[in-house]
Each structure stands twice: as structure tokens, then as C-alpha cells.
Ligand binder design. Structure first.
Ligand code: CA
Length: 702
């Protein structure tokens, strides 16, 4: 009894110690909070440039009258041939970038000379826990250090001068199914980072770590834990009432995988949360409906303590993968004659939201893409969507073709806001998606945990249907007036998942495209003024800086990301090869790129079809729900991951088992699936892929 009391006292002491953890003093030299907040004109010190994340530069040496003279001044070939999503940072003449697999590099920003390179050596088998490629969106600068959060969940502080690791901390256990692809943000001596994983087993959070020591200071969970146990905060006592059943056994989702915005005006940190897990609410809210707080929401917490301030849920009871994790931009807008301090948000669900930054009070939500069919609109008073009854596929029991789809009307590709034009420049997607309930679904052990059946969404082996499907998947650069709630101008693109945007005081908007161009448009009218062939698709957002009176524009190039590796790739595969580079431009730049290698022509040569109709149907379902996320819709892969229709193991059942069941290729990113699939199931998947390869050979679509 006494021992137990002692133990309890010790626990209490530990708990109070946790609550009173204070950060080391904020940086007073190197990169400081004031420098990030005031965003010196020639530098780019934080992921979204400044705390407000407007991605607007006041530099205007390059402008709408001379951008035609913009040329390559230097480029750097990268040693990671996967999607490149980072925004480079520039401080004191040095450009800092992260690349795929969470590597960090520092270049002389004027000459392109490599100063140092750091490789955290992420285990390649971690690929099984990432939906959307081994990407990293950027580093953070603070004091004399550079911070990177790695795909496998480590937060690493590097010395800015040498690139040597000063400390390294795990932000989640090594055996977790979560991953990190986002850029850390740093506020008053605290490094803020969350994680990705709402399609896997994960419980979302935002955590703060001491910038000097790496010690964890606070962790704000976005979804409740086991309802039979005390929750970690009052906000979770409220949230747990919006869930039912065994949701917590899967984790619940709500991951904070991209947006983290600090607002010095309110001293709040705003962040967006991902979808609930699994997608299908019938498998998480088994006792009926519930909003699943705080998923698909914007949440605000006190920047010092991590305490809850407010939340606004954009997609209650999400069932379409409508993450609200997208970039949150703070601005002062004049609405109805009144100046208002607002957060602006363009989440996956297709509506552009304005909220009061201090209180989270709903101001407006207007569509920034069309068509939208999951909701007829947003209630102008409550901000809740008027959901189309057909979109509740778990209720109707019927498939629903949703617009937008899970790729989202807008996802992580950064938008920018120009206070000069009053417009927000949003990279948008038009990617319909079929959602079909799977009433028999049970959680697995490996890979996606969605609760839906993706089999019906496979593109058929029919040339006309494939052409029509390809034509239906598009994108656009949308210039949106947030006050009027209207699209001002638009540049259509033939493909979705084009790059992020940069707005400048030179009346310019820069954006790269999925099809391998880097373009400049007039910010007021959307007129194309300049373009550069990048040889590979662009996902990342450009940035700009100035040294010795010269303005530079930099962008990471390298095709990959969700559209390439996911099911969407079945209709869009191999848009461009991956050629990963950092490109830097200035007026009068005369640089050129080495010629792109010729694309290799491959011809399908599969073994004959085998397997019973039942085995083929089983293989189709297992492939669609577990394999397509990496190897492509209907086994048609993108440019990065192996196209299984061409696999040498197709005609070698033993080798197929060694790869899929035993995991002999785990160091290439293909883990063992023996906990999830039996050898018979794995053989059924082989039968299905052999059939698919034969169909496409007959179709002449190799
Ligand atoms: Ca998601």
C-alpha cells in the first residue's frame, strides 16, 4: 500500500515536472524570431517565408516587364531520384534545402558551390508507411542551426556552418507506422513538428521540442485515446463524445502533416489536421454518427503552452480523405469595410475558408474549384457543409464518384498571397474518385487502413475509357479573391499535382508544372510571361532571394509524390522522368541543362494467364486495397516505383513469394507482407498482375 502510494506520488511529481517544462531562451544571435517575423527582404528564413506563410516577396528587380530575360544561373544535380517537394531557405548567402529521403544540403546561394551535405540514412523499408513518396518539404533555421525532421520520425539539429549533427531525437517510436514529410517551424525556442499517417495506424498530434536540447516540451493530441482512460487534456474530454466504438485501437488519424503557422498577433499556433482513420466512418463510429473531432479541422493552441484555444472543423465526420492539413495563411483583409485579422485556408474539400484568427469564428467558405459534388455548399452561419446524401457511401451501401477526390482540390503544394493584388494563388486539382464501402473490412497489419474497397476504381483495359479518364484528371492555377469569394483568373493544366506558387511585388506569380515547365504569370491577370523546360515534373514551391543587389529565383525539380506513386498513376503514369535538381535563375542567366536521357521503351512480356476466376477476383481486391498505393491503379505504375506488369518475378512464383511474403527486397523499400497475407493470397495477387499485364499487352499499352 505504502509502496503504491510512493509510486503514485512519484508519478504525480513526474506529471507536474512535465507540465512545467520550459524551453531554453529564444535565439539572440543567428536566425532569431524577430528576423523570421519581419522576413528581411533579401532572405527567406522559414518554410512559408514569414510566420504568416504568405509566400509573398517584396523583391521586384525581376518583374512583369523584364521576366522574359530570366535565365538559369546555376543548377545542382541531386542524389535522390524521388519526388522533390522542399522550399529552399536562404540566410547569409547560403541556400539550405532538404531532398527526398530527408537529406539536407547547403549551397553557396550565388555560385551554387556545395558547402556540405547531410544524410540521416533513413531505412528504405520505411516506404511502406508513406502514401506519397519519400519526400521532405523543407528545413527550419534558428540560431546557428538547421533543423530537419526525417521520414522515420527523427528531429535532427545540424550546425549551419558544418552540417554536422548536434543532436537527434525520436519524435515517435521507431516501430510506429507514422512518418514525417513536413517542415518544422520554430517559435520562441521551440521546434514544432507533427507527423503523417492517417491512412495507417496513427494518432495525430503536434509536439514542441526545445531548440537547444531537443527535449520534448509539450504534445497536443488531435484525437482522443482509449475512452476508458483519462484523456490528455480537456479538449479531448470534449472530443471523445464525437467518436464511438473501437476507433482508438487504430489510432484515429487527424495527423498534423503539413501546416503549422505561428501568429505573433494572437500568440497562437494554427495547424491543420488530416482525415479520420479509417476513411469509412462505419468502421470507426460503430454506434452511429459523430464528427470525429478534431480531424479535418484547423486547431489553434497557445504557442507557449500548447493549450487548446479554438478549433474549426471543415469536414465533420470525413469519409473522403479530406485532410485539412494544407497550408494556413494569415492576413489582414478588409471585409465589408472592416479590417479583419484572418486565417485563409484552401483544404482538400474544395471550399476556401476565412476564419477570425483570434477566435476561429467562421467568416465564409466559397468554392475555389468546380465541380464539387460531396456537398451542395457551406451553411453561411455555422460553416457546416450541406452533405449530398449520395456521398455517404457507408449509409447508401453504394459506390460514390466524389469530386474532389482524395488527391484533393488543393493539397500540400503551397499557395501564395499577394497583398498587392489581394489574390491567393492556389495550385488546384480536378481528380474524381470512386469511394466504395467495404462492409467486411477488418484492420490489417501493414499498409493502408481505409475501410473501403478500391477494386471498382481500377481503370479498365479499354483504350477509350482510359483516354476519357486521363482527360478527366486535370489541374489549374487558380487566382482566388478571398474577400469576394470568387475565382479572378485561372490557368488550366492537362495534369493534376502541379507545383506550389510564389507571388512577388514584381506583379509575378511563379509556378512549376507536372509536365515539366517552370512558368511566370502576371499576378493581376494571369498572363503567361515566361517559361523554362525543367525536363522533370515540378511539385515544390519556388522561392526568391537577393544577394549583392541581384534577385534570384530558386525551385526544386523532381517528379514523384502522390500522383506518381498512387492509384492515380494508372491514368497518368510516366508524365515525365524523375530528374532531381535544384534550379536557380536570375536576369540574364545563360545556363543550360544537360540533355535529358532518352526514355527507355519497355515491352510487356508476361507469362500466360493462370488462376481460377475466384483467385483472380481475390487478387484484384487485395492488390487494389494494399498494393496500388505504391504500384499504381490496375498495376500500372508511375515513374518511380516498380511496374509489376514488367516484374521478372511474374513467371517465378517462388521468387514472388520471397519478395512479397519474406521481404527479400526490404532494403529497396518492399517489406515482408507475411503478417498481412497468406502465401495463397500472395499467389492470387500474382495471378491478378499476370492477367493485367496480358490485358495491357493485348491493348498495346505497355
Ligand atoms: Ca489523408
Amino acid at each position: 500500500m505504502r509502496l503504491r502510494l510512493l509510486a503514485a506520488t512519484a508519478l504525480l511529481a513526474l506529471a507536474s515536472c512535465n507540465n512545467s517544462k520550459t524551453a531554453s531562451a529564444p535565439a539572440t544571435s543567428g536566425v532569431t524570431d524577430a528576423m523570421i517575423a519581419n522576413a528581411a527582404e533579401g532572405e527567406w528564413l522559414s518554410y512559408g517565408r514569414d510566420y504568416a506563410e504568405q509566400r509573398f516577396s517584396t523583391l521586384k528587380q525581376v518583374n512583369d516587364s523584364n521576366v522574359g530575360q530570366l535565365g538559369l544561373t546555376w543548377s545542382a544535380d541531386l542524389d535522390t531520384a524521388r519526388g522533390q517537394e522542399a522550399t529552399p531557405l536562404m540566410h547569409d548567402g547560403v541556400l539550405y534545402v532538404s531532398t527526398a529521403w530527408s537529406l539536407v544540403k547547403a549551397y553557396d546561394a550565388k555560385t551554387g558551390a556545395l558547402k556540405w551535405s547531410y544524410d540521416p540514412k533513413v531505412p528504405r523499408e520505411k516506404l511502406v508507411d508513406v502514401c506519397c513518396d519519400a519526400v521532405n518539404r523543407g528545413v527550419a533555421l534558428y540560431g546557428d542551426k538547421v533543423y530537419v525532421a526525417t521520414l522515420d520520425g527523427r528531429l535532427v539539429a545540424l550546425d549551419q556552418k558544418s552540417g554536422k549533427a548536434v543532436w537527434e531525437k525520436r519524435t515517435f517510436p521507431a516501430d510506429s507506422h507514422m512518418a514525417i514529410t513536413g517542415a518544422p517551424r520554430i517559435v520562441k525556442g521551440k521546434v514544432l513538428i507533427g507527423s503523417a499517417g492517417s491512412e495507417y495506424f496513427s494518432r495525430g498530434y503536434l509536439a514542441a521540442f526545445d531548440a537547444q536540447t531537443g527535449n520534448e516540451l509539450w504534445r497536443f493530441f488531435t484525437v482522443p485515446g482509449d475512452p476508458s482512460k483519462p484523456q490528455e487534456g480537456k479538449h479531448l474530454d470534449a472530443a471523445v463524445k464525437t467518436w464511438s466504438g473501437d476507433f482508438w485501437k487504430l489510432g484515429g488519424g487527424g495527423n498534423v502533416w503539413d501546416s503549422i503557422t505561428y501568429d505573433p498577433v494572437t500568440n497562437l499556433v494554427y495547424f491543420g489536421t488530416a482525415n479520420a482513420e479509417p476513411w469509412n466512418p462505419a468502421h470507426r463510429n460503430t454506434k452511429g454518427e459523430g464528427d470525429s473531432l478534431y480531424t479535418a479541422s484547423i486547431v489553434a493552441v497557445n504557442a507557449d503552452t500548447g493549450e487548446y484555444a479554438w478549433h474549426f472543423q471543415e469536414t465533420p465526420e470525413d469519409r473522403w480523405d479530406f485532410d485539412s492539413a494544407q497550408q494556413i495563411t494569415v492576413a489582414d483583409l478588409t471585409i465589408g469595410g472592416q479590417k479583419q485579422h484572418v486565417v485563409m485556408h484552401a483544404p482538400k474539400n474544395g471550399f476556401f475558408y476565412l476564419l477570425d484568427a483570434k477566435t476561429g469564428k467562421f467568416i465564409s467558405a466559397k468554392p475555389f474549384v468546380e465541380p464539387i459534388n460531396w456537398a451542395s455548399g457551406i451553411d453561411p452561419v455555422t460553416g457546416r457543409p450541406n452533405v449530398n446524401p449520395d456521398a455517404r457511401y457507408e449509409v447508401t451501401g453504394k459506390p460514390f464518384v466524389g469530386m474532389p477526390g482524395a488527391i484533393g482540390a488543393h493539397s500540400w503544394t503551397p499557395m501564395s498571397y499577394s497583398p498587392l493584388t489581394g489574390l491567393v494563388y492556389i495550385p488546384t486539382n480536378n481528380t474524381p474518385q470512386l469511394y466504395a464501402p467495404d462492409p467486411d473490412w477488418k484492420p490489417g497489419t501493414t499498409g493502408f487502413q481505409l475501410g473501403i474497397d478500391s477494386t471498382l476504381g481500377n481503370v479498365p483495359a479499354d483504350k477509350k475509357v482510359r483516354q476519357a479518364t486521363r482527360a478527366a484528371m486535370t489541374g489549374a492555377l487558380v487566382a482566388f479573391d478571398p474577400v469576394a469569394g470568387k475565382v479572378k483568373w485561372k490557368v488550366p493544366y492537362p495534369m493534376p499535382t502541379n507545383g506550389g506558387t510564389l507571388a512577388t511585388a514584381g506583379n509575378l506569380v511563379f509556378q512549376g508544372t507536372a509536365t515539366g515547365e517552370f512558368n511566370a504569370y502576371s499576378a493581376d491577370a494571369g498572363k503567361k510571361l515566361w517559361g523554362f523546360a525543367t525536363q522533370s515534373g515540378v511539385l515544390a514551391a519556388p522561392m526568391t532571394y537577393s544577394i549583392d543587389g541581384e534577385q534570384y529565383v530558386a525551385v526544386m525539380v523532381g517528379w514523384g509524390g502522390v500522383w506518381d506513386v498512387s492509384g492515380g498513376s494508372g491514368v497518368s503514369s510516366k508524365i515525365t522522368p524523375n530528374i532531381s535538381r535544384l534550379l536557380v535563375f536570375k536576369l540574364g542567366g545563360k545556363g543550360t541543362l544537360a540533355a535529358a536521357p532518352p526514355s527507355a521503351k519497355r515491352v510487356l512480356d508476361p507469362p500466360p494467364v493462370s488462376g481460377t476466376p475466384e483467385q483472380l477476383a481475390l487478387g484484384a481486391k487485395l492488390y487494389s486495397n494494399s498494393c496500388s498505393v505504391c504500384h499504381g491503379n490496375a498495376a500500372i505504375a508511375g515513374s518511380l516505383n516498380p511496374d509489376l506488369r514488367h516484374s521478372v518475378a511474374l513467371g517465378n512464383p517462388k521468387l514472388w513469394q520471397q519478395i512479397v511474403h519474406d521481404g527479400i527486397l526490404k532494403d529497396n523499400g518492399m517489406v515482408a507482407w507475411k503478417d498481412q497475407f497468406s502465401p495463397d493470397q500472395i499467389e492470387a495477387i500474382r495471378f491478378y498482375v499476370v492477367k493485367r499485364a496480358n490485358e495491357d499487352k493485348a491493348l498495346g499499352d505497355h
